[in-house]
Design a protein around this ligand. Sequence first.
Ligand SMILES: NC(=O)c1ccc[n+]([C@@H]2O[C@H](COP(=O)([O-])OP(=O)(O)OC[C@H]3O[C@@H](n4cnc5c(N)ncnc54)[C@H](OP(=O)(O)O)[C@@H]3O)[C@@H](O)[C@H]2O)c1
Length: 331
Amino acid sequence: MKEYALNMHKLPVGVLGASGYAGHELCRLADRHPHFELVFAAAHSRAGETLRLPGRDLTLAPVDAVPLADAAIVFSALPHGASALWVARAQAAGAKVIDLSSDLRPGQGDQAMPDIDAPYGLPELNRDAIRTAAVVANPGCYPTATLLGLMPLVTRDLLVPGSPVIVDAASGVTGAGNSPRVDLLFGEVTEDFRAYGVGNTHRHLGEMRATLDAHGADVDLLFTPHLLPVARGILATITVTLREPLADPAALYRTHYAVEPFVEIATAPPRLRDVVHRNAVRIFVTPVQHVRTPTYQIFVAIDNLVKGAAGQAIQNANLLADFDETTGLPL
Ligand SMILES: NC(=O)c1ccc[n+]([C@@H]2O[C@H](COP(=O)([O-])OP(=O)(O)OC[C@H]3O[C@@H](n4cnc5c(N)ncnc54)[C@H](OP(=O)(O)O)[C@@H]3O)[C@@H](O)[C@H]2O)c1
C-alpha cells in the first residue's frame, strides 16, 4: 500500500477497465469516496489517454503495467472472458477484488475459469458472505433489477411452482459498453425501440436462474431485454402468479426491505428519472385486474451503471472494508 494513502487513512483502490463505461463510473465514485484513494486507473487499447474526473484529469495506465500490489481493493471492469485472469492476478498480488464481469457469477455453465471462490455480490441478498470474501462477483445489471423485484416473493415461497415469471426489461445503451458497433450508432438507436436476445436466450438468464434456484424458486423465467434510446437506466416489468392474493403487497415489500438503504418502495410506477445517477432501486408492486389467478406486476428501476454496476461495486467494497455501506454513494 502506498505510504501517503495510509498516512491519510485512506484505503488504496485501483480500477481495471477504466476507459469503459462501468470502469469510468467506478473511478468517479472511488475518487470522491471519503475513505478510498484511487491509486491507478488502467485501460487496454486506450492506455495513455486522459480520463476526465470531476476536478482532475488522470492518465490511463496500461493494464499489464499497473502496480496491483499497491491496491488493497482492485475493481475489475473488464469484459467477460478477459476479467477472471486479472482477478486471479490481483488476488495473487494481495488485493481483495470485486469483479464486475460475469466470469465468476453463478450460472455461467462450464466455461473454463480459474478456480476462484467468489460470493454473489448482491448485498441485499448476501451481505454476510460479502463482508468476509476475498473476491466478490458483482451482479449483472438486469439480474440486479430482476432479483430485487422478486426476492420478497421468493423468500416467502409465494410464487406458484412451475409458473412463468415474465420479465420485460429495457436498458439504456451504456448497458452494451463503449466498443464501437454499427447497431448502437445514434442514428440506429434514436427514436426507436427494439427487443434483443429474444426467445429466452440472453446471457444473464443463467445468473438469474441459478440465484432463484438457490433460493428455492421453482419457476420458468421468461426474460426479454429491450434497447431503450437513452444513455442509462433500466426499467423491468415483472409479471408473476402467486399461490394466494396478498392483502397488502406494498407492505410486504416495505417490510422485506425495511433496513435497506438503497431500496425504495414507491406508490406509483418508477421512472428512470427517479434513479439515474443514484445507487437506488425503486420498486412498485400492484395486483393485476381481470385475470382468474392472483397475478401481480412488479416494476423495478435502477441506473445500470450505478446500482447495476459501479455503485453496487462500491457498496460491496464498503462491506469488505467495514465502512458504512452507503459511504461515498449517491443516495
Ligand atoms: N455497462 C453496464 O451497464 C454494465 C453493467 C453491469 C456489468 N457490466 C460489466 O462490466 C464490464 C465492463 O463493461 P463496460 O460496459 O464498461 O464495457 P466497455 O465500456 O466495453 O469497457 C471495457 C473495458 O475493458 C477494457 N478491455 C477490453 N478488452 C480487454 C482485454 N482483453 N484486456 C484488458 N482490458 C480490456 C477496455 O479497455 P480499452 O477501451 O482501453 O480497450 C475497457 O476499459 C463487463 O464485464 C460488463 O459485463 C457492465
